[in-house]
Design a protein around this ligand. Structure first.
Ligand code: Q46
Ligand code: ZN
Ligand code: ZN
Length: 306
């Protein structure tokens, strides 16, 4: 197997594109693909300031590295969730992220949630009805809220997350199987800024998980291999397995599934998007001033105030 570009021995074969690359040309291909997606969806420019959500894992560190190599002004934000019960997931991922930023001279903001709000994510979740077994919904809520708040406070032009094609396709699969029209109206790789919400972009939305892992390994990025202990047995992982079976049978399936959805969304298949955004802007949290659907406090303030 030879590299498509230089005839050297290939180190990776991209079945869905039917091409193979050597290390150097694969790393270059990843940067070109990412830049293409940024341009295609008019995500952001080199003059704008970006806040990248980093977890210490392969996707976020690969994306941060690529944005840096492409010349974007990308700072990192690491949220320490305080998940250290079964393994040292949070402490270790904080260390991988810190070292990555230090080696490249990149600006990293870290927030320790327990130090800031008095409780770790599992402790906060344990006080809620459903969160005592799995803290994922509270974790998602806190991460979304703080990422947005810190981006607005820091006057960043956009939030960048490393959701890859496997993540997006699995989320889409869940939304389609439940016909969650509200979510289906919002799963665009670029969400423009609205009152109280920063712009959000997903430049890896067309990059397979396998490709971002290969990028991290081949470019020598040290990332955390262990997953969060709470991700075990999640619906998202189960849906990824189903989609992997489809992809094995039919290389390129995930790309077709996701790009087909984006075409339908653009054609106006899910008009709920505007309606729910308008509803949200009517009310404000009494404590933090963020738009909220409920009266009084927003869901974040209710969770941390208990
Ligand atoms: S970090 Fe948080 Fe995930 Fe862990 S507790 Fe669940 S949501 S699984 S991306
Ligand atoms: Zn080559
Ligand atoms: Zn609030």
């Amino acid at each position: 197997m030879k590299c498509k570009k230089c005839d050297q021995k290939a180190v990776i074969n991209l079945q869905h594109h039917n091409i193979s690359f050597c290390k150097e040309h694969f790393l270059e291909w990843m940067r070109v693909q990412t830049e293409r997606v940024i341009q295609k969806f008019h995500m952001f420019t080199k003059e704008e300031r970006l806040l990248v959500a980093v977890s210490g894992g392969k996707d976020s560190l690969s994306l941060w590295d690529i944005l840096w190599q492409l010349g974007y002004q990308a700072d990192g934000l690491y949220l320490d969730l305080g998940i250290n019960d079964f393994n040292n997931y949070s402490s270790d991922s904080a260390e991988f992220t810190r070292r990555f930023a230090e080696e490249r001279g990149l600006q990293l903001t870290s927030m320790d949630i327990k130090a800031q709000y008095g409780e770790s994510i599992p402790e906060m979740a344990a006080r809620t009805k459903r969160g005592h077994t799995k803290p994922c919904s509270q974790c998602g809520l806190v991460k979304r809220y703080l990422l947005n708040k810190l981006a607005l406070d820091g006057r960043y032009d956009a939030i960048v997350t490393a959701h890859n094609l496997d993540d997006e396709a699995a989320f889409l699969f869940a939304n389609v199987t439940h016909w969650s029209l509200d979510y289906l109206g919002r799963q665009y790789p670029l969400l423009p800024a609205t009152t109280g919400f920063a712009r959000k972009a997903k430049p890896f939305c067309q990059i397979y998980e396998r490709e971002s892992a290969a990028y991290a390994i081949l470019s020598g990025i040290n990332y955390i291999y262990t997953e969060c202990p709470y991700s075990d047995g999640s619906k998202q992982l189960r849906n990824k397995r189903y989609l992997n079976m489809m992809e094995d049978e039919q290389p390129g399936f995930k790309t077709q599934f996701y790009l087909g959805y984006l075409r339908a969304l653009k054609a106006g298949a899910f008009p709920q998007q505007q309606e729910s955004a308008a509803k949200l802007e009517e009310k404000r949290c009494a404590k933090c001033g963020q738009p909220t659907q409920s009266d009084g406090l927003c869901t974040f303030c209710r969770l941390v105030n208990k």
